[in-house]
Design a protein around this ligand. Structure first.
Ligand code: MN
Length: 206
């Protein structure tokens, strides 16, 4: 097989300054080019170490390696989803959901406002570094909020991620200092509901 079989850092679909003042240009650049890139490079380094072990016919520390691999792949995939469910305010960012996602949220949570409150509480209360995600379970046809610690703990296998919010300190410290709640509140003004709805409809129609 000639293809590299490694991960690559996706380009953002908007300029580094496009989410300001909610996320400053400096913060977005640092977050994408340094932090996200580190997970891509970390995952690739582990895969290459495993390739080398096979080529050299040697063993590797399976437990530590797979734990590390889960962390880095989780970090890469969650960041990729995160960038895509954000949009500048003069494009699709902010506002309220409509179409299928609005219907599903209202049915499960009673109202969009109540959903936002619960999701925000989930994001603010993630223990240590982590993420809040809105997922969808096809077995029960319910949206379910997932509170991820680090990049890979408390993950529901197979639940599609519709929307995700990074609440690692590196996601907000430069602009919000230690005020995670303020960053979470600001997130609602740049969330891309069109993308969130598309992910849900793709899942339901897939
Ligand atoms: Mn991050």
């Amino acid at each position: 097989m000639d293809t590299p079989k490694l991960y690559s850092l996706p380009k953002l679909e908007y300029d580094y300054n496009a989410l300001a003042p909610i996320i400053s240009e400096d913060l977005l650049k640092l977050h994408h080019d340094k932090h996200h890139a580190a997970y891509v490079n970390g995952a690739n380094a582990i895969l290459q170490k495993m390739d080398k072990a096979r080529a050299d016919g040697i063993d590797f520390d399976t437990k530590a390696t797979f734990k590390d691999l889960s962390f880095h792949i989780g970090g890469h995939l969650l960041h990729s989803l995160f960038w895509q469910n954000l949009a500048p305010q003069d494009k699709d960012g902010g506002g309220n959901p409509s179409k299928t996602i609005a219907k599903v949220i209202e049915e499960e949570y009673g109202s969009v406002d109540r959903f936002k409150k619960i999701f925000s509480q989930a994001a603010v209360s993630v223990e240590g570094s982590g993420w809040a995600a809105l997922t969808f379970c096809k077995k029960t046809n319910r949206p379910i909020i997932m509170q991820v610690e680090k990049h890979n703990t408390n993950v529901y296998p197979m639940f599609r991620i519709l929307m995700v919010l990074d609440v690692w300190e590196h996601a907000y410290y430069l602009d919000y200092k230690n005020d995670r709640a303020k960053f979470v509140e600001a997130f609602w003004t740049i969330v891309d509901w069109t993308e969130v709805n598309k992910r849900l409809e793709d899942l339901l129609n897939g």
